[in-house]
Design a protein around this ligand. Structure first.
Ligand code: PEP
Length: 254
């Protein structure tokens, strides 16, 4: 048993309409358990509508990315962390494997984004994870430690005192193939151990989420692991009942 409060975030990716975002946010806000920190992360253009649905509720709002560049400037298409804070965001997912893989985001770029997001007073949810080929090649630990290492090097261990980590094996995202609780726990322990080498206290309080095909029927087993402190949920976050069931699994996890 650990004393870390569980955290569940829903990554809505590029899904839904304005009306659906409003409805889904309202449905989740009304029934999310108090015992867990819960955040929803709609697309940029749905943030405002979702924020309206969250008024008066404890549910937090997050974005799926933020710019690595300064708050104002000639950066066409970019959205700054300051702008996201103004819209009511508290969290920002950074380094999601879809951005690393599809858009070529490097470890260094992700670390620069962490810096900017924290400078704006927001909390990054920093994603790391290996591909199937890397896992089969025995590279899992080296890959996630390098991804985390870039953040530690640029921002320092203290930055992780105000951040969350998410271990998301690329082969498990959106595939229906979940890491076993033991596989996930193994990587979470490596991540916590890596931070502990720099700062034991920060490592101990750091919340490390698991993401990759988490569903209501596998959430409890994952959340029961010593170093898994919640989940980053994709597909199941688009269904209010499924997402709430996962939040409930976190609420009763010890
Ligand atoms: C994600 O998008 O971060 C994710 C974990 O997706 P899914 O739950 O669908 O695997």
């Amino acid at each position: 048993m650990n004393n870390r409060r569980y955290f569940v975030a829903g990554n809505w990716k590029m899904h839904g309409s304005l009306g659906q975002a409003r409805q889904l946010a309202a449905a989740v806000a009304q029934a999310a358990p108090d015992a867990v920190d819960v955040a929803i992360c709609p697309s940029y253009v749905h943030l405002n509508a979702a924020a309206e649905s969250l008024q008066g509720h404890a549910l937090a709002l997050g974005a799926q990315d933020a710019s690595a560049w300064p708050d104002q400037g000639a950066y066409t298409g970019q959205v700054s962390a300051e702008m996201l804070r103004e819209l009511g965001c508290r969290y920002v997912i950074l380094g999601h494997s879809e951005r690393r893989g599809l858009l070529g985001e490097s470890d260094d770029l992700v670390a620069r984004k962490v810096e900017r997001v924290q400078a704006a007073g927001l909390i990054p949810i920093i994603c790391v994870g290996e591909t199937l080929a890397q896992r089969e090649d025995g590279q899992t630990e080296a890959v996630v430690v390098a991804q985390l290492g870039a953040v530690l090097e640029r921002c320092g261990a203290a930055a992780l005192g105000d951040a969350l980590l998410a271990y998301e094996p690329v082969w498990a995202i959106g595939t229906g193939r979940t890491a076993s609780p033991e596989q996930a726990q193994g990587v979470h322990a490596v991540l916590r151990g890596t931070v502990a080498k720099k700062d034991v206290k920060i490592a101990d309080s750091l919340r490390i989420l698991y993401g990759g095909s988490v569903k209501p029927d596998n959430a409890a087993d994952l959340f029961a692991q010593a170093d898994i402190d919640g989940g980053l949920i994709g597909g199941a976050a688009l269904d209010a009942d499924a997402f709430l069931a996962i939040c409930q699994a976190a609420a009763v996890a010890v």
